[in-house]
Design a protein around this ligand. Structure first.
Ligand code: GAL
Length: 449
C-alpha cells in the first residue's frame, strides 16, 4: 500500500547550474531601508515582509490561502504578507513565470510547487536551500506520512513542506440530476454504467451531462489521467516509471477510447471555460458530472452546497480504494530577500493550526496525521478515512509529481490535440514517443503496489 519512491541517477533539468550571483540586496523598498538603519548587527536587517506566489485564485482557493495567511499573521503580526496570485488553474501560467523569475535571481520568499518531480529542476539547478533543519525543529517527520516525506526529499534532504494532500480521482455529481433519472451513484462503477447514465440524462434534457473546462488544457489531461488510473495500478506504475512505451498498449488504447466516448458528453464550449467554471455547471445543475481534483469541494462550499444533499462524489471507475496524490508545497529558494520570514512561513505551512485552517476550505486533507478532524466537512472526513484505508496510491503526472518535466511539458498539447481530433492512434503514438524521448529523465522508481 502507498507509494515508495527511490531516486536513481542524476536528472537533466531545464536549469543550468547557476554561477554565483551578487549577494541579495536588502534595500528594495522604503520599509527595508528604514529597518536597516536601526540595525546594529553586522547582518543586514530583514524587512518585515514575506512575498509568496501561488495560483489560488478561484473562490475556494482564495478563501483557503487567506485563512493560512491569517494564521501566519496571528503568529507573526509584524510581517506583511505580499501575495502574488497568478491566475491559471494547476499553475499552468505560474509555473512558466516562476521559472523565469528563478532564472533571473528574482525568486520570491516561497512559492506554490507540487511534491515529486516538479521541484527537481530547481534542486538540480542549485536554486533551493535544504530545509531538513526546519523539518527536525518542527517535528514534521513524526506527523507527516512517509509517502509524503519521500516526495519532498532530494538527495536525502528535505526541500519542501507540504500544506495538504489533494485527491485527483474524484467524480463530482449533481444529486438532483441523478435523482431525476433514478441513478444511484454507487452503481456507477464502470465507464459503461457512467455513460449509460449520461445517455439517460441527455434524454431527460441535460444536453451535456459532463462538464469540462480546459481553457488551460490541463483539465482534459486531468480527466484522462484518472481514466488511466482506472486501468490498474500496475499499468499506472509502468506509466510513471517511463515504461509505457508501446503505442499499441491495450490499456493505453482502452483509456483513450474511454476518453473519446467521454468527450462526446462534454459541453462544446469546454475550451473557453476554466476548471472552476466547469465545476460551477455541476453546482448549478447545468451538468451532472465533473471529473476534478478535490479542490472542487472548495467551490461547492463557497456556493453553500451541502455534501450528500446537493452534491456527492464517487471514484472514477476502476479507482475505488486507490488514492491519487496532488500535494501542494512551499520551499526555501536560495538567496531570497527575506530568508528568516521564508522559514517562518514554512513552519506555519506545516503546522497543525495552519493546515487545519487551510484544508477545510481548500477541499484537501491535511498532510498531517494529527489533524483535528472535527474541523473538516463530510466530504473531507470521508477522504481522510479513504486515505488511511487506501490500498494503493499514485502520484499525479498532470500535477507535476509523477513524471519528469521533459514528458509533462508535452502532455497537455498531446491531449489537447486529441480532444480536437479524437485520433486514438495518433495520441497513443505521440504519448509514448514523448515518454521515450524523456527516458533519461525518469530518475525516480515508483513502487505503487
Ligand atoms: C492543482 C493544485 C491545487 C488546485 C488546482 C487548481 O495543481 O495542486 O491546489 O489549486 O491545481 O488550481
Amino acid at each position: 500500500m502507498g507509494v515508495a519512491a527511490a531516486v536513481v541517477g542524476a536528472g537533466v533539468g531545464w536549469l543550468a547550474k547557476p554561477t554565483p550571483g551578487p549577494a541579495p540586496t536588502a534595500t528594495a523598498t522604503a520599509t527595508e531601508t528604514a529597518t536597516a538603519t536601526i540595525t546594529t548587527t553586522a547582518k543586514p536587517a530583514e524587512a518585515p515582509v514575506l512575498e509568496i506566489y501561488h495560483w489560488w485564485t478561484s473562490g475556494g482557493e482564495k478563501a483557503a490561502i487567506d485563512a493560512l495567511v491569517k494564521v501566519f499573521n496571528q503568529k507573526y503580526p509584524e510581517i506583511a504578507v505580499l501575495q502574488s496570485p497568478v491566475a491559471g488553474g494547476a499553475g499552468y501560467v505560474m509555473k512558466a513565470a516562476m521559472k523565469s523569475l528563478v532564472l533571473a535571481g528574482e525568486a520570491p520568499d516561497a512559492f506554490q510547487m507540487h511534491a515529486g518531480y516538479e521541484g527537481k529542476p530547481y534542486f538540480d539547478g542549485g536554486y533551493l536551500d535544504p530545509i531538513t533543519d526546519v523539518w527536525t525543529q518542527q517535528g514534521f517527520e513524526a506527523v507527516i506520512p512517509k509517502v509524503v516525506q519521500d516526495m519532498v526529499k532530494f538527495g536525502g534532504d528535505y526541500y519542501a513542506v507540504p500544506v495538504n494532500i489533494h485527491r485527483p480521482n474524484v467524480v463530482w455529481y449533481n444529486k438532483a440530476l441523478l435523482d431525476k433519472i433514478g441513478a444511484d451513484p454507487a452503481t456507477l462503477t464502470t465507464w459503461d454504467a457512467l455513460t449509460a447514465a449520461c445517455d439517460k440524462l441527455v434524454a431527460a434534457g441535460t444536453a451535456h451531462p459532463v462538464s469540462l473546462g480546459d481553457s488551460g488544457k490541463w483539465a482534459a489531461t486531468h480527466a484522462l489521467e484518472q481514466i488511466m488510473a482506472g486501468e490498474g495500478i500496475d499499468f499506472y506504475q509502468d506509466y510513471v516509471n517511463g515504461k509505457l512505451t508501446s503505442a499499441t498498449d491495450p490499456k493505453l488504447l482502452d483509456a483513450l477510447n474511454i476518453f473519446k466516448k467521454y468527450l462526446g458528453y462534454v459541453n462544446p464550449d469546454h475550451a473557453t471555460l476554466t476548471w472552476d467554471e466547469a465545476t460551477a455547471r455541476v453546482i448549478k445543475g447545468d451538468a451532472a458530472f465533473n471529473v476534478m481534483g478535490d479542490w472542487a469541494n472548495g467551490e461547492f462550499l463557497v456556493a453553500k452546497k451541502v455534501y450528500g444533499k446537493d452534491y456527492g462524489t464517487f471514484p472514477p471507475p476502476g479507482t475505488a480504494g486507490v488514492y491519487g496524490l496532488v500535494i501542494d508545497c512551499f520551499q526555501h529558494p536560495k538567496g531570497v530577500k527575506h530568508p528568516e520570514n521564508s522559514r517562518k512561513w514554512l513552519t506555519v505551512v506545516g503546522s497543525k493550526d495552519g493546515q487545519d485552517a487551510f484544508n477545510p476550505l481548500k477541499g484537501s486533507i491535511s498532510a498531517r496525521t494529527d489533524a483535528n478532524v472535527s474541523k473538516y466537512g463530510p466530504y473531507q472526513t470521508a477522504a481522510i478515512a479513504d486515505f488511511k484505508a487506501a490500498k494503493n496510491m499514485y502520484p499525479s503526472v498532470v500535477h507535476g509529481s509523477g513524471a519528469p518535466e521533459a514528458f509533462t511539458a508535452k502532455l497537455d498539447d498531446i491531449m489537447s490535440a486529441f480532444v480536437n481530433t479524437k485520433d486514438v492512434t495518433a495520441a497513443a503514438t505521440a504519448f509514448t514517443d514523448a515518454i521515450k524521448a524523456a527516458s533519461a529523465d525518469y530518475t525516480t522508481v515508483w513502487k505503487l503496489v
